[in-house]
Design a protein around this ligand. Structure first.
Ligand SMILES: [Zn+2]
Length: 318
C-alpha cells in the first residue's frame, strides 16, 4: 500500500479525495491566533503600455487566450489575469497596473481551483466564473469552508501571501470597477510578452508619460478617479504627476516655434501628446517645436491638466 499523500484526505468511506490546495493553506487571524493569512482587498492587472492604451480606449480589460503554461491551454479558455502580488524585482507583464477591489471581482461569481505551478515561487491559480465549468479540468472551491490559500471569513477575504496568487477571470472586466492606475517597474531580465517588449528594467516613467499623454490628448476623463487621491485632500496621484512631468520633459526642448496664441499652442500640444502616446517620441518633439517656448508649453499643459482633472498639477513649475 502506498503511503498517503500529504495533500489527500481520506473521507472515511474509502474514497481518497485530493485537496491539492492543502499544502498552501493559511490560517486566518482570530482572537488569540496570529494567523498566517493576509487580508486580500485588491488585485492588479499589469500589462505593457500598448495593450494598456487599448484597454483605456476600450473601457475594459478584454479577456485573452492563456499563453503561460497552464492546464487550460488546450481548452481555448479566454481570461483576464489578476494578482494581489507586488513584484519587488519588477513585473514580467509590463509597467501599467490597473487595480480592482477583489470583492467586486468575485461578486456573483464562483471560485474554482485550477492548479499550482511550481516556479521558484509557487503560483497557485484560481478561476473566477459565473459560467458552467463542468467541462474544464477545474475543481469547485468554497473559500468559506476549504483549508486552502484563499479564505473568506466574516465577509473578509484572505490569501496566503507567502506564494504567488493568480486569478483567472473568464470574462472581460470593465474599467468602471478600476480603483487605481499606477506605474510599476518592469523586470530586469524577464518579459511575458511574446518576442519581448524592449522595456526590460524600465521603472514605469515612460509608461506613465504615454498613458497620461493618451488620456489628456484623447480627452478621456472616465478614469479620473483612478489618478486622484482624496486623503488628506483631493490631489493628483503621484502616478498622474509622474506621467504629466514625463510628458512635459519629453516635449520641452528649447522650443522656439511660431505658435504663441493659446489656440495654436493647444492644437500643437494636443497633436504632440497624441504622438507621444503612440510611442512616436521624435515626431512628438518635432510637433512641439511649433510652440514658442518651453514656458508656454508648460503653462498650456498645466491648463489642459486643470481642465481635464479639475485639479492643478504640482509637478509642473513655471
Ligand atoms: Zn515586457
Amino acid at each position: 500500500m502506498s503511503p498517503k499523500a500529504d495533500d489527500a484526505d481520506d473521507h472515511g468511506d474509502g474514497f481518497l479525495m485530493t485537496t491539492p490546495w492543502k499544502p498552501y493553506a493559511c490560517t486566518v487571524p482570530a482572537a488569540g491566533v496570529a494567523g498566517t493569512a493576509s487580508v486580500l482587498s485588491t488585485v492588479h492587472h499589469v500589462t505593457h503600455t500598448g495593450p494598456a492604451l487599448r484597454i483605456l480606449a476600450d473601457g475594459q480589460v478584454t479577456r485573452g487566450l492563456i499563453y503561460d503554461e497552464c492546464i487550460l491551454n488546450d481548452s481555448r479558455t479566454t481570461v483576464v489575469w489578476l494578482s494581489p502580488n507586488n513584484w519587488h524585482n519588477g513585473s514580467r507583464y509590463g509597467s501599467v497596473q490597473f487595480t480592482f477591489n477583489f470583492a467586486d471581482i468575485v461578486a456573483r461569481r464562483k471560485i474554482y481551483w485550477v492548479e499550482v505551478r511550481k516556479y521558484k515561487n509557487h503560483a497557485y491559480r484560481f478561476m473566477i466564473s459565473d459560467k458552467d465549468l463542468s467541462k474544464l479540468p477545474v475543481t469547485p472551491y468554497d473559500p468559506t469552508k476549504e483549508e486552502g490559500p484563499l479564505r473568506q471569513v466574516g465577509g473578509v477575504w484572505y490569501w496566503n501571501s507567502e506564494h504567488t496568487a493568480e486569478f483567472l477571470l473568464d470574462s472581460s472586466l470593465i474599467l468602471h470597477f478600476c480603483k487605481k492606475i499606477d506605474f510599476v517597474k518592469h523586470h530586469e531580465k524577464m518579459c511575458a510578452a511574446p518576442g519581448g517588449c524592449g522595456q526590460l528594467g524600465q521603472d514605469g516613467t515612460n509608461a506613465a508619460g504615454r498613458v497620461l499623454a493618451f488620456l489628456l490628448s484623447r480627452d478621456l476623463r472616465g478614469l479620473n478617479d483612478t489618478l486622484i487621491v482624496t486623503d488628506p485632500k483631493a490631489a493628483l496621484s503621484t502616478a498622474a504627476e509622474r506621467g504629466i512631468l514625463k510628458a512635459y520633459e519629453d516635449l520641452s526642448r528649447n522650443l522656439g516655434g511660431p505658435a504663441k496664441s493659446n489656440d495654436d499652442v493647444d492644437a500643437a500640444l494636443r497633436a504632440a501628446l497624441l504622438q507621444l502616446a503612440a510611442g512616436e517620441e521624435t515626431h512628438a518633439q518635432a510637433t512641439a517645436k511649433l510652440i514658442r517656448s518651453d514656458d508656454l508649453l508648460c503653462r498650456r499643459l498645466a491648463e489642459l491638466v486643470k481642465r481635464h482633472f479639475k485639479l492643478e498639477s504640482t509637478a509642473l513649475k513655471f
